[in-house]
Design a protein around this ligand. Structure first.
Ligand code: C2O
Ligand code: CU
Length: 648
C-alpha cells in the first residue's frame, strides 16, 4: 500500500470514528439503550482501527503522523476509555443509571474524534504547542457545554434541600474550575501560537553554519558576461507583454495575455555560447510582468522573481535580461509575477539552446509546449509533420501547465534523450510506455523515422503525426491507455556521480500540506511548507560550495511539482528507492501524495532563489519560499508576492 493510500485510509477511519462516537452519544441521549450499546462497541472498535491506521502510517515517516501520535490519538484514546468506563455500566443495567455523566463522556469522545480529524487538516505538521492547547481546550469546553445542556436535575435522586445546595455548589466549583482551565489553556495556546508566529526574516540553516560572510553582495550585481563566448553571436529580442484575442491552432479564440500577441510567445533559440538579450516591455498588463527562464541557471539578477531579483515591470515599464546561453537543451520562459494568472492566460514561450557541435542533428526538430486554455489542452507546434524514413526526429515536450500531462509515442521505439534540458546518460530504447511530464518539466524524445506514420498522444488522444511522406497512412496502435509509465529512476545507465554519495553540509526538510496559515499577511486555508505559508516560511540559507540536500515530503492529497530556481537537483531516491539509472538532473519533480523525495545539489550559483511548488495556484496560496546564499542581499522588499490583489 502506498503512503498516499494509507493517508486516505486514515482520514476515512478518523471520519468513521467521528460518526460512530456521535451516533453512540445521540442514541444514548435518546435512551435507546440497545442501539447505544451496539454503537458504543462499534465506536471502540473503530477507535482501535484508528490506532492501527496511524501505526501503519507511522512506518512511512514521522512527518505523516506527528500530530496524530502526539495529540489526536492520545486524546481520542483517553476520551474513549473514559466514555467506555462511564457509559458501560449504565448501558448494561439501564435501571442503575441516572444522571448523564455517561452521555457527556461519550459526547466528549466524539469531540475528541473531531479534534483529531480537524487537527490534521488545519494544523498538520509540525504540531505546535499553541495548536495543541487550543484543541484540548475546545474538546474540554465542548464537553462542559454538553454537561450544561444535558443537565436534568429533575431526574437526580431526591435529596434534602441542604444537601442539594452543597452538591450544587460543588458542581459549580468543579465546572468553574474546568471552565477556567479551558479558558487558560485556550488563551495560552493562542498566545503560544502568536508568539511563535514566524517573521519573514526567519532563517533555516539546514544544520549548517550561520552567516560567515561580512561583505554583502546585492542580487542585482550578480550578472554574467555581457558578450557572447568566442564564436557565439548576440541574439536580441523584444517581448511586448500585451492583451490580445488569439485564435488557437485548433479551435476557438481566447482572450489572452501574450508576449507579442501570439500564443505561446516568440520562440527564443540560440546556439551554446550565444548571448541572449531580451528586452521586456509591458504594454498593458496591469498586474505587472517579469521574465523567468525556467530551468535555465541564469545569473541571479536575470531570474525574474518580482520583488526579489528585480522590481515588477509595471504597465509602461521595461527591463532588459542578458545572459550567456551556456547550457544546451529545452527550456521555457514565463512571467514570474501574478504567475498563477499570467502563465495560465498565456505569458510564456519556449527557449531552446542547441549544442555548438552535434554529432547527429535531428532532421525534424519540434518544440512542443502543451498548455490548457479555458479547459482545452493545446499542443502548439503543428499537428502534421513530414520526415523521411530513416531520419532522426526530436520532439521537445514542454509542460507549461500546473498539472502533469501524459504522453505516449506510438509507431516507433524511442529514447528519452533529455529530461528538463539535461541529457541522460545512455538512455535505452523504449516502446509502449507512457511518459508523465510534471508541471514545468520537459522531455526530449528522439527516434528514427520508420516507414509508417508515428503518432504522439497527449493524455490519451493523438495530438501530433509524423509521416514518412505526404498522405502516408498506416496502422499505428492508438490505444495507449494500458501502457505503463516509464520509470525514469531506473532508466539509462548510471555514472560515477560524486554528488550521489557526497555528505550534505545542509539538509532541509520540506513537508508539504494544507492548513491554516498566514499568506501574504492574511489568514488562509493555505498550501503550506512545514505548516507555514509564504512569506512566513523561513528562508533556507546556504553558502557557496555547499552540498545541499532536500527531503521533500507530501502529506497532502494533491501532487506538488517542486521547483528550485537557479539549480538543477539530482534525484537521489523516491520513497527510499534509490535512483539507479542515468543521473537524473531535474528542475521540477512531481511529489505525489504520500511520497518522500531525496534530492541534492551543489550551491554553485549565488543569489536569492525562489523555491516553490510549480502548481502555480499552490504557490500563490503559500507554497513558496526562498533559498538564500550567505552574503547575498536583495535591495527589493524581499517578498515575492505571488500575485495581483496583494499589493504591487
Ligand atoms: Cu517556472 Cu518559479 O518558476
Ligand atoms: Cu503544489
Amino acid at each position: 500500500m502506498t503512503a498516499g493510500t494509507l493517508i486516505i485510509l486514515d482520514h476515512g477511519v478518523a471520519l468513521l470514528a467521528v460518526a460512530t462516537w456521535f451516533a453512540a452519544a445521540v442514541t444514548m441521549a435518546l435512551r435507546r439503550t440497545g442501539a447505544a450499546f451496539v454503537l458504543l462497541v462499534a465506536a471502540l472498535l473503530v477507535t482501535a482501527g484508528r490506532v492501527a491506521a496511524v501505526v501503519f502510517l507511522a512506518g512511512r515517516g514521522w512527518w505523516f503522523v506527528q500530530e496524530k501520535v502526539l495529540l489526536g490519538v492520545p486524546l481520542l484514546v483517553v476520551a474513549s476509555a473514559a466514555a467506555a468506563l462511564l457509559a458501560w455500566p449504565r448501558l448494561r443495567a439501564p435501571s442503575a443509571g441516572r444522571g448523564n455523566r455517561g452521555v457527556v463522556a461519550v459526547f466528549t469522545a466524539a469531540y475528541a474524534a473531531v479534534a483529531g480529524f480537524v487537527l490534521t487538516f488545519l494544523v498538520g505538521y509540525p504540531l505546535t504547542l499553541g495548536g495543541g492547547l487550543i484543541a484540548v481546550a475546545l474538546v474540554a469546553g465542548a464537553g462542559l457545554l454538553t454537561a450544561r445542556v444535558l443537565a436534568r436535575p429533575e431526574e437526580e435522586p431526591p435529596v434534602p434541600p441542604v444537601l442539594a445546595e452543597v452538591s450544587r455548589r460543588r458542581f459549580l466549583g468543579v465546572a468553574g474550575g474546568v471552565a477556567g482551565g479551558v479558558v487558560v489553556a485556550g488563551a495560552a495556546g493562542t498566545g503560544a501560537g502568536l508568539s511563535a508566529w514566524p517573521r519573514a526574516e526567519a532563517i533555516d540553516l539546514g544544520g549548517g553554519r550561520a552567516h560567515t560572510r561580512r561583505s554583502a553582495v546585492p542580487v542585482t550585481d550578480l550578472r554574467g558576461p555581457s558578450t557572447p563566448a568566442p564564436g557565439g553571436v548576440r541574439r536580441a529580442h523584444t517581448l511586448v507583454a500585451r492583451k490580445a484575442t488569439v485564435r488557437l491552432e485548433a479551435g476557438p479564440s481566447v482572450d489572452a495575455w501574450t508576449f507579442g500577441g501570439t500564443l505561446p510567445g516568440p520562440p527564443i533559440t540560440a546556439t551554446q555560447g550565444d548571448l541572449i538579450e531580451v528586452e521586456l516591455v509591458n504594454h498593458d498588463i496591469d498586474e505587472g510582468v517579469t521574465l523567468h527562464w525556467h530551468g535555465y541557471d541564469v545569473p541571479c539578477a536575470n531570474d525574474g522573481a518580482a520583488g526579489v531579483t528585480q522590481e515588477v515591470v509595471a504597465r509602461g515599464g521595461r527591463f532588459v535580461y542578458r545572459f550567456r546561453a551556456d547550457q544546451a537543451g529545452t527550456y521555457w520562459y514565463h512571467t514570474h509575477h501574478a504567475s498563477h494568472l499570467g502563465v495560465r492566460r498565456g505569458l510564456y514561450g519556449t527557449l531552446v539552446v542547441k549544442p555548438r557541435h552535434e554529432a547527429r542533428p535531428a532532421h525534424l526538430d519540434l518544440t512542443l509546449p502543451v498548455h490548457t486554455f479555458d479547459g482545452a489542452v493545446v499542443l502548439s507546434g503543428g499537428a502534421e509533420h513530414l520526415a523521411p524514413a530513416g531520419s532522426p526526429v526530436r520532439l521537445r515536450l514542454i509542460n507549461t501547465d500546473s498539472d502533469p500531462h501524459r504522453f505516449a509515442l506510438a509507431g516507433a521505439p524511442f529514447t528519452v534523450a533529455a529530461v528538463d534540458g539535461r541529457d541522460l546518460h545512455r538512455p535505452g530504447e523504449v516502446s509502449e510506455k507512457t511518459l508523465r511530464l510534471a508541471a514545468g518539466g520537459r522531455h526530449d524524445l528522439v527516434f528514427v523515422m520508420p516507414a509508417a506514420p508515428v503518432a504522439l498522444s497527449l493524455d490519451g488522444r493523438a495530438a501530433l503525426w509524423v509521416r514518412p511522406a505526404a498522405g502516408a497512412t498506416g496502422a499505428v496502435t492508438q490505444d495507449v491507455s494500458g501502457w505503463p509509465e516509464l520509470d525514469l529512476l531506473s532508466y539509462g545507465t548510471a555514472t560515477r556521480e560524486p554528488l550521489r554519495t557526497a555528505p550534505a553540509g545542509r539538509h532541509f526538510t520540506l513537508v508539504l500540506d494544507r492548513g491554516l496559515a498566514m499568506v501574504d499577511g492574511a489568514p488562509a486555508y493555505a498550501q503550506t511548507v512545514n505548516g507555514r505559508g509564504h512569506p512566513s516560511i523561513p528562508h533556507q540559507l546556504v553558502a557557496e560550495g555547499d552540498v545541499v540536500r532536500f527531503t521533500v515530503v507530501n502529506r497532502s492529497l494533491e501532487t506538488h511539482p517542486w521547483h528550485l530556481h537557479g539549480h538543477p537537483v539530482l534525484i537521489l531516491s523516491v520513497d527510499g528507492r534509490p535512483s539507479t539509472g542515468s543521473p537524473l538532473w531535474v528542475d521540477t519533480f512531481d511529489v505525489r501524495p504520500g511520497e518522500v523525495w531525496e534530492v541534492a545539489f551543489r550551491a554553485a550559483n549565488p543569489g536569492v532563489w525562489m523555491n516553490h511548488c510549480h502548481n502555480l495556484p499552490h504557490a500563490h496560496q503559500g507554497m513558496m519560499l526562498q533559498l538564500r546564499y550567505d552574503g547575498v542581499t536583495t535591495p527589493f522588499d524581499g517578498t515575492h508576492t505571488a500575485g495581483a490583489g496583494h499589493g504591487h
